[in-house]
Design a protein around this ligand. Structure first.
Ligand code: PLP
Length: 367
């Protein structure tokens, strides 16, 4: 049985157009994009087309570096903090994905002071906390565009302006919003991932504003402008490029579709409470709770729907969600929360059937 897939924040299915764009580079056109002969030059040209397709969705005064994931792009981006001489503070939102949060905390072992900025009950950054902690010592401020667990959209443009006022760089983890909602035009570093936009897994990218110094993360042959050595995969690059172009071409249609799905879902889960802001939220994310529910049991009872208990990244770790905790939810409320993620390839029928199965199992458990 193929379950109804409602976990589009964890990963998205590969768009058929993306699969078609990748195929030639997996079959006959196997040249190394760093080779000088004709096959290498063809592969290199495909990589550059892809780079332009990704760059078209980003601010125009910077460059795109391909990486193996958004996590790698974020780790690469943090290196910029080391170039801000005399500055040894990093501030990130407490509800960041582990890719940012744990990297920021690791920088404490590198002589940096890392601050976790609180959020309010809606999951939105407390801007006064950023104002209070940023100053002449701040090297980097990290803020995500859309939260992967609760879908809240952070005021990233304002955060970038405040970071700049303090003389710091601003890194935006745009993984859950890239290709779907507006990016912060003032950010200095923007990270994105292929597998969240109907592209392949195993590729991400970092956009870097012109003039920003970036120490290499991976040393070797000097590929990717000297900062990320290793042979690029033309297939993965072509896939990411095609996925980005498709997002741009379909942006309004995708959004209208996802808003329709979200509205239907909200009406079918009327007995549940929504975690996170109901207004400043990416429509494709619905994180809801029903007090008294044991979600681990719910998930094993509802095998016909692929959904998540809190964050997919955190659920494997057994740690309770740090995002839901930061909203002020009690451990029992966190354990009674589920995340539904709608995407381009879902239809109303998916939402209705999933709601029926989940509500039926929840009622049974609570009765
Ligand atoms: N940032 C956010 C907000 C995410 O949701 C994810 C993946 O879940 C990542 C970063 C990491 O992306 P990747 O899987 O490409 O390393």
């Amino acid at each position: 049985m193929i379950p109804i897939y409602l976990d589009n924040q964890a990963t998205t299915p590969l768009a058929p157009e993306v699969f078609d764009a990748m195929l030639p580079w997996l079959k006959d056109n196997f040249g190394n994009p760093h080779s000088p002969h004709v096959m290498g030059r063809q592969a290199a040209a495909a990589v550059e087309v892809a780079r332009e397709q990704v760059a078209a969705l980003l601010p125009q005064n910077g460059r795109v570096i391909f990486t193996g994931s958004a996590t790698e792009a974020i780790n690469l981006a943090f290196g910029a903090a080391r170039t801000r001489h005399g500055r040894d503070q990093i501030a990130v939102i407490d509800t960041e994905h582990a890719a940012v949060r744990d990297t920021a905390l690791w920088y404490r072992t590198q002589g940096f002071e890392t601050k976790l900025l609180p959020v309010d009950a809606d999951g939105l950054i407390v801007l006064e906390a950023l104002e209070a902690c940023s100053g002449e010592k701040t090297a980097l401020v990290g803020a995500m565009l859309v939260n992967n667990e609760i879908g809240t959209i952070q005021p990233v443009e304002q955060i970038a302006a405040m970071a700049h006022e303090a003389g710091a760089l601003m890194l935006c983890d745009a993984v859950q919003g890239f290709g779907r909602i507006d990016l912060p035009q003032q950010a200095d570093l923007i990270a994105l991932s292929g597998h969240k936009i109907y592209g392949p897994k195993g590729i991400g990218a970092l956009w870097v504003r012109d003039g920003i110094d970036l120490p290499p993360l991976i040393h070797g042959g000097g590929q990717e402008q000297g900062v990320r050595s290793g042979t690029l995969s033309p297939a993965l690059c072509a896939g990411l490029g095609a996925a980005a172009k498709l997002c741009a071409d379909r942006r309004q249609a995708d959004m209208d579709h996802i808003v329709d799905l979200a509205e239907r879902a909200r009406s079918l889960f009327g007995d549940w409470s929504i975690n996170g802001s109901t207004e400043r939220r990416y429509a494709g994310n619905l994180n809801i709770r029903r007090d008294g529910l044991d979600v681990a049991r719910l998930m094993s009872d509802v095998r016909g729907v692929a959904f998540s208990a809190g964050s997919a990244c955190a659920s494997g770790s057994g740690r309770p969600s740090h995002v839901l905790a930061a909203l002020g939810l009690k451990p029992a409320q966190i354990k009674s929360s589920i995340r539904l993620g709608f995407g381009r390839y879902n239809d109303i029928d998916d939402v209705e059937q999933a709601a029926h199965l989940i509500n039926q199992a929840a009622e049974k458990q609570l009765s």
